[in-house]
Design a protein around this ligand. Structure first.
Ligand code: ZN
Length: 301
């Protein structure tokens, strides 16, 4: 079995950090992630820089990235304007997010969910025509900081409507880190029943320490792409108290030991997380950085 690790550290990870990384440091970070074997990397979001200052250099960053045929750089967009910027910047893949809860959609994207759904349909059509791969994420699929519980039927309904526009993949996101494994298993199983053959991706935050358990549940439910951020950095500027994404190297450790292939080097990720610590001015929350891999390489005596 193979699972794609989708690295979201440069976007979801960095956007909540207090320190703004210079573009050159982001280029080095992404270069290290590619060297570690990651092939799908969410590099930036094309949003209003006044709202998310870390993403103000999205165009400059894309212009500076070394291009490889086997690496897909994803640009996240929330509306038509963002899509136009992402296309002009040279993204290979376009990620769009719609939010299952109306209040969060309004706070995060400045419009209601229905407007975001209409924008998705338009963006998906244009992206396909331009030869770009559009994917869509349904945010707050497992809980909303403002509205509380999110009805799973609402999530499925949105996913079915999103699927009509032909995404290459649909993701469910636990934007605030509220999900538990049984909920993850049930919702993804329901989605697979409704959309057999649609590639699925999962996005978890570790706010309540259920992140890795949720990854396990998602993989067991047939999800074959997992979002993660190196070191577990991140949060969400618009979700109170949301902490980082699941740490890429911690997810990788679990998958490696379960015999699941990813093509990614755990040493390369641990080194990148350590490299990142002085640059964001604090330790990263991931555990592998502290504990190291197991079994450890044999040391000659
Ligand atoms: Zn997130």
């Amino acid at each position: 079995m193979k699972v794609d690790l989708v690295e979201v550290g440069p976007r979801d990870g960095l956007q909540s950090e207090g320190v703004i990384l210079p573009t050159a440091a982001k280029v080095e970070m992404i270069g290290r992630l590619v060297a570690a074997g990651l092939r799908r990397i969410e590099v930036a979001s094309f949003v209003n820089p006044k709202r998310v200052p870390q993403m103000a250099d999205a165009e400059a960053l894309f212009a500076a990235l070394p291009r490889r045929d086997d690496v897909s750089y994803i640009g996240l967009v929330l509306n038509r304007k963002g899509y136009e910027r992402a296309r002009a910047a040279g993204c290979e893949a376009i990620g769009m997010a719609v939010v299952a809860s109306e209040t969060f959609n309004r706070r995060n994207q400045g419009v209601g969910t229905e407007e975001s759904m209409a924008a998705w349909a338009e963006i998906a059509r244009e992206a396909r025509a331009a030869g770009l791969a559009p994917n869509v994420t349904i945010s707050t699929a497992f809980g909303c900081p403002f509205e509380g519980e999110v009805d799973p039927r609402r999530v499925i309904e949105l996913a079915l409507r999103c699927a009509e526009s032909g995404p290459v993949e649909i993701a469910l996101a636990d934007t605030i880190g509220a999900a538990v494994p049984t909920q993850v298993a049930e919702l993804f199983a329901a989605l697979r029943d409704e959309l057999p053959g649609m590639p699925l991706r999962a996005h978890f935050h570790n706010t309540r320490n259920t992140g890795l358990a949720n990854v396990y549940a998602a993989v067991a439910a047939g999800v074959r792409a997992i979002d993660a951020s190196v070191g577990g950095i991140g949060g969400c500027p618009f979700a109170p108290a949301a902490t980082g994404n699941v740490p890429t190297e911690d997810v990788l450790y679990m998958l490696n030991r379960m015999g699941i292939e990813t093509g990614v080097s755990i040493d390369g990720l641990i080194e990148t997380a350590r490299w990142l610590e002085p640059r964001i001015g604090k330790p990263v929350p991931g555990m592998l950085v502290k504990a190291g891999d197991f079994p450890r390489p044999r040391v000659a005596v």
